[in-house]
Design a protein around this ligand. Structure first.
Ligand SMILES: Nc1ncnc2c1ncn2[C@@H]1O[C@H](COP(=O)(O)OP(=O)(O)OP(=O)(O)O)[C@@H](O)[C@H]1O
Length: 265
């Protein structure tokens, strides 16, 4: 990385598809030492923004700098080695019969099916990463037999195996029951507290914003509605605007809960 502490820097970034602006002149800067959440309703543009940051989608306008590299002037394959990405969509690409620890260890090589090159050292590190996420007991179980919450932890550990500088976690709690969700969020909280890499946590739900998240960006219909320190951004007014209904926010132990505001007749 350059001298600058910027991790992601977007300047006037737009993505147009036919007559629709999927992203509309986004300016956003995240810095080392911060952990971010990206919030927005369905269709707000979150996935599109992630694709731009990972160099998978070329913006139709603006400049993108990630980890000190200007997109367009740097080999995207090299950049991808510095970014960990966790998404449910990866599930289908993984060898389901393989042990969890081997799925994690293979993250070092970013391979899906070839495990022959895994060393004893890789396996030990994979075990340690699972342990860091309170998931060491599942290490020897086949991936196919794991619950959704356990799979999320395996995917997170797998992404960490390559020592990324930025870890993007895309809606990890979708489909999880309440205890599984809380286990995943606690594991991420511990990871965020213990690491120097930057987390970018993507979700529809403000309630998932765990305490270690310091900053929040909110998208609405392709526009950046707000971005900055979480308590400045997560307000009743901004969230009501983002989701198109009146909501009320409560903070407890650095974690927000959101309720719809009902007006009494
Ligand atoms: N390749 C494409 N061509 C045209 N429109 C697209 C394309 N990809 C996405 N869109 C549209 O862009 C908008 C933003 O989509 P995007 O997937 O980025 O939103 P999102 O915030 O991730 O939504 P969700 O939370 O539902 O996953 C949506 O209206 C979507 O239909």
């Amino acid at each position: 990385m350059n001298q600058s502490t910027a991790v992601v820097k977007l300047h006037n970034v737009s993505v147009r598809r036919l007559d629709q602006l999927l992203l509309d002149r986004i300016d956003l800067a995240t810095n080392l030492g911060e952990h971010w959440a990206l919030l927005g309703a369905n269709g707000a543009g979150k996935t599109t923004l992630l694709q731009v940051i990972m160099g998978m989608l070329w913006p139709t306008g603006g400049d993108v700098d990630v980890l000190g590299h200007r997109l367009g002037e740097y080999d995207v394959r090299e950049l991808r080695k510095e970014i960990g990405f966790v998404s449910n969509r990866m599930d289908g690409y993984l060898e389901q019969s393989v042990r969890a620890v081997d799925i994690v260890a293979a993250g070092k090589y970013a391979t899906n099916g070839m495990y022959a090159t895994i060393t004893r050292e890789d396996e030990v590190r994979a075990q340690t990463l699972l342990q860091g996420l309170a998931a060491e007991t599942i290490a020897l179980r086949a991936y196919a037999l794991l619950s959704q919450g356990e799979r999320q932890k395996v995917l997170i550990a797998r992404a960490l195996m390559a020592n990324p500088k930025l870890l993007i976690i895309d809606e990890p709690c979708t489909g999880l029951d309440f205890p599984s969700r809380e286990h995943v969020l606690m594991a991420l909280e511990d990871l965020a507290q213990a690491t120097t890499l930057q987390l970018l946590y993507v979700t529809h739900y403000p309630d998932e914003i765990f305490p270690a998240i310091t900053h929040v960006a909110i998208l609405k219909q392709g526009k950046l509605l707000a971005a900055g320190e979480k308590k400045a951004v997560l307000t009743d007014d901004i969230l009501s605007d983002a989701y198109g209904l009146p909501v009320q926010l409560h903070w407890q132990d650095e974690r927000p809960t959101v309720r719809v505001k009902r007006t009494t007749p």
